[in-house]
Design a binder for this molecule. Structure first.
Ligand code: PLP
Length: 360
């Protein structure tokens, strides 16, 4: 067996240690005589594993007690609708920052349920920077402010929050657990699991107490945070395997120094790759403003796009997979989430350098 370096934006690489543990427990989990996928979510063993996963996530992110942690389905996309539905009791309008493909989608879905005010919009420049907070047109009567701190496709990230007394709702799908954040500054945090948490099929929502319990009576109950919080995310059958596996990833993160240690490695990985790109004499370029370069998703283009196909084929053959940029932007993209070590980034840089030498 040989494992590749997987630069996929998601579903993404998982820690090998975790996969080995899962493999060892596949036929029999926890003395159950069955796999974790085959036991009741309401039985004590699964309930304990589920509670432990939540506790570990709380420890890792420093989630205060007045926040609910929900383990849901439907992907981050379901939250594009769930957020306006749950929060429209706070007002008829909401503020949205439009800084990339995913915020654009969040805006389109929100508009079906609430009036949207776009506070900044970088679509016309192809999402290359995030405007300074002082340039955002925030509204006094907004129900909440929605942001996407890391845009997975354009590789645009910002680590600050707008100055506002409104609840901040953040799509952290591709940056959760990659660096430390102060959860108490957010109203809602949500993320699809398939990048830094576990397999696809699980969606984490972290929501402050005072924002639940005001759901419209005519909207789908499974989107009601109150229903899901009251039932410990078990109003219906939860995604048990994904939840269990996320718990293993949280334990792995704790054993490896937690989010602080990950952040150091992530910064080092990103800086090394961007430095190599910047110093390649224009052979490779990254179009994003330096302050907004993502630690997790590094898009780059070759000066000669005629070489794209050869780059992809040869990198694939060298064991460096899923480097093709998103279909909407082209070029390349290396997603370097928590499970990608510095060795993967070094292997990528070595390949880029030899490709450049052979094709300059
Ligand atoms: C930032 C961001 N938001 C939302 C989504 C959509 O997530 P899902 O496919 O879980 O609905 C993605 C998917 O890649 C993403 O990167």
């Amino acid at each position: 067996m040989s494992r590749i370096y997987n630069f996929s934006a998601g579903p993404a690489a998982l820690p090998e240690t975790v996969l080995n543990q899962v493999q060892a427990e596949m036929l029999e989990w926890n003395g159950a005589g069955a796999s974790v996928m085959e036991v009741s979510h309401r039985g004590k063993p699964f309930m304990q594993a589920a509670a432990q996963a939540e506790q570990d996530l709380r420890d890792l992110m420093g989630i205060p007690d007045n926040y609910n942690v929900l383990f849901l389905q439907g992907g981050a996309t379901s939250q594009f609708s769930a957020i306006p539905l749950n929060l429209k009791f706070l007002g008829a309008k909401a503020d949205y920052a439009h800084t990339g493909h995913w915020s654009k989608k969040a805006i389109a879905d929100a508009k079906r349920f609430i009036d949207v005010n776009v506070v900044c919009d970088t679509s016309s420049e192809g999402y290359r920077h995030v405007p300074a907070a002082s340039d955002w047109t925030l509204n006094d009567d907004a129900a909440y402010v929605h942001i996407t701190p890391n845009e997975t496709i354009a590789g645009v990230e910002f680590d600050w929050l707008p100055e506002t007394d409104k609840p901040i709702c953040a799509d952290l799908s591709s940056t959760i657990l990659s660096r430390q954040i102060d959860v108490s500054k957010y109203g809602i945090i949500y993320a699809g699991a398939q990048k830094n948490i576990g397999p696809a099929g699980l969606t984490i929502v972290i929501v402050r107490d005072d924002l639940i319990g005001h759901f419209p009576g005519d909207a789908p109950r499974l989107m009601d945070y109150h229903v899901m919080a009251e039932s410990d995310s078990m109003n219906n059958t939860p995604p048990t395997f994904a939840w269990y596996l996320a718990g293993k990833v949280f334990a792995w993160l704790k054993e490896n120094g937690g989010v602080g240690a990950m952040a150091k490695t992530n910064q080092a990985k990103a800086e090394k790759l961007y430095s190599y790109i910047d110093e390649s004499d224009g052979y490779y370029t990254n179009p994003v403003a330096i302050d907004n370069r993502s630690w997790m998703n590094v898009p780059f283009i070759l000066a000669n796009s005629d070489l794209d196909a050869a780059f992809l084929e040869q990198s694939h053959n060298a064991g460096l997979h899923a480097l093709k940029g998103h279909r909407s932007v082209g070029g390349m993209r290396a997603s370097i989430y928590n499970a990608m070590g510095l060795d993967g980034v070094d292997a990528l840089i070595d390949f880029m350098d030899s490709f450049k030498a052979a094709n300059a």
